[in-house]
Design a protein around this ligand. Structure first.
Ligand SMILES: C[S@@+](CC[C@H](N)C(=O)[O-])C[C@H]1O[C@@H](n2cnc3c(N)ncnc32)[C@H](O)[C@@H]1O
Length: 469
């Protein structure tokens, strides 16, 4: 259905809010894939295709719950989730009713899956531990910060609208749809801007905010002083606002061009889009684990996929061959040598091993070695090191359980998009396991190269000795 009833209601609401958009943008509502935006005529680079007043955005400061949120000392994404739950609880009486009726009740992120689904579908993947931690931390967030609101304002709040399920649902919507608006508003829900789907590395339309430097000076500090952002996703999101891996857009998206209205957000075309094609935004350069974590989907052949090998795993393997003391002294040597270009190690204390080793494999099955590194590839990539890499690849691979990668691939072929959770988990598992396959190929090639090198060295030493005689 191209234009559903809910879309038409949203369009009427946008008009009433002063949201302007080009009539070349066509909104499509598909029961399975949700809403997407298409071009009904050729769109040209530089064209402003939408203008959204900041007052139409749902933020802590625009919400009717502002006073309650502020007096409870809440801020950031926690405060925004209270604002969202509050406006949803008002139903038709909310000034955002026309927008909220368009949103799904929740986004299908692993955060809102059952623990059974998380254990069954994500086991072995990058996300398994992270999601379980998120769930625990978010629950604590709710108990410590949201539950008390129900006791302090019992008449005005409906407990079922602020339940832990509603909190998780709000967090899933915020994770997948919020934008950083400006320092005054912080992150908020931005109607219309959040209808564009993501495509990796192929942004058509860009979100911009004119930064009102002077206007809100007094309020600016409240957001950065927020101490309630305890959960993992909060941390990610905070990081997001300053990194490129972000749907919550970074400072570079702010504009201070004089003459621009600081109260307006804009969507600007950054590429030509042909009539009939979908208009995509980009949520950042994210691998499948991050995409599934924050947005609930994955992409086939995602160039930003990574696999982490826990430092703990490396230590375990090392300790099976050498003494624990030897392994730890080797680790501290690496750190002293600052070989971060090759191995990225972050450890709390020697006893609390929580870090990871990062290794980047390029398309050609090659490890990306830092150009400034003085330690040569030959020196480090000895036969023994290659054997170690192979062993680590096997240990990491064993985390996926008894099913082989080929079985996963067969399962993916049989799986349809309707089985959304299974489908995206299979894509994630396969993409991670393909990286481990590359690591094995790389280590095997490295081992044989190292043997050739060693043989050549031995021959040359023998020749020299013979000559001397
Ligand atoms: C900001 S919303 C985009 C609009 C959304 N399609 C809707 O129906 O309102 C982000 C959500 O859209 C979906 N989405 C965006 N890009 C996608 C993609 N490339 N593949 C699959 N789902 C996508 C995901 O569910 C994601 O959490």
């Amino acid at each position: 259905m191209a234009s559903s009833r809910r879309l038409r209601a949203f369009q009427r609401w946008m008009k009433a809010q002063g949201i302007e958009y080009s009539n070349t943008l066509e909104f499509t509502d598909c029961p399975e894939q949700g809403i997407s935006v298409r071009a009904s005529a050729d769109l040209h680079e530089g064209a402003v295709v939408a203008k959204i007043p900041k007052t139409a955005c749902l933020t802590i400061n625009t919400s009717g719950a502002r006073e309650m949120i502020e007096s409870a000392g809440l801020g950031g994404l926690l405060g925004l989730s209270v604002a969202l739950m509050y406006e949803k609880s008002l139903a038709e009486a909310s000034p955002w009713a026309g927008y909220l009726q368009l949103l799904p009740p929740q986004e299908c992120l692993p955060l809102v899956w059952t623990l059974g689904e998380v254990d069954c579908l994500l086991s072995g993947t990058e996300l398994h531990k992270a999601i379980k931690e998120d769930k625990t931390l978010m629950y604590e967030d709710w108990k410590e910060n949201i539950l008390p609101l129900l006791y302090s304002a019992p008449e005005s709040l409906n407990p079922s609208s602020f339940s832990v399920e509603e909190y998780f649902a709000a967090r899933s919507l915020i994770s997948s749809r919020s934008f950083m608006i400006d320092e005054y508003h912080g992150s908020g829900m931005v109607p219309l801007a959040d209808l564009f789907n993501h495509k990796t590395g192929a942004e058509d339309v860009h979100f911009t905010s004119v930064f009102p430097y002077q206007e809100y000076e007094d309020d600016v500090d409240s957001e950065s002083n927020d101490k309630n952002e305890l959960s993992k996703i909060s941390d990610h999101d905070k990081g997001d606002s300053t990194s490129e891996n972000s749907y919550i857009h970074s400072d570079s998206d702010y504009s201070s061009v004089s003459g621009e209205d600081p109260m307006m957000l804009q969507m600007i075309m950054v590429r030509e889009v042909k009539s009939g094609d979908e208009v995509f935004n980009t949520y950042g350069s994210l691998g499948n684990a991050a995409l599934l974590h924050r947005y609930g989907f994955t992409e086939a052949n995602n160039p930003y996929d990574i696999v982490n090998i826990d430092l703990e795993m490396v230590l375990e393997w090392g300790c099976s061959l050498f003494s624990s003391r030897y392994c730890r002294s080797r680790l501290s040597l690496w750190r002293r040598l600052d070989v971060t270009e090759i191995v990225d190690i972050t450890m709390g204390t020697a006893d609390n091993v929580s870090g990871k080793i990062g290794m980047i494999l390029s398309e050609e099955h090659d490890i990306t070695w830092g150009t400034s590194s003085e330690i040569s590839k030959e020196l480090l990539l000895t036969e023994k090191v290659c054997g170690g890499l192979l062993a680590l690849a096997d240990i990491r691979e064993s985390c996926y359980g008894s099913k082989s990668i080929n079985e996963d691939m067969e399962a993916l072929k049989r799986c349809c998009m309707k089985e959304r959770k299974l489908y995206h988990c299979l894509v994630l598992r396969i993409s991670e396991r393909k990286i481990l396959e590359k690591l094995r190929t790389y280590a095997t090639a490295g081992a044989s190269q190292s043997r050739t090198f060693q043989n050549a060295n031995e021959i040359s030493t023998r020749m020299k000795r013979l000559k001397r005689r």
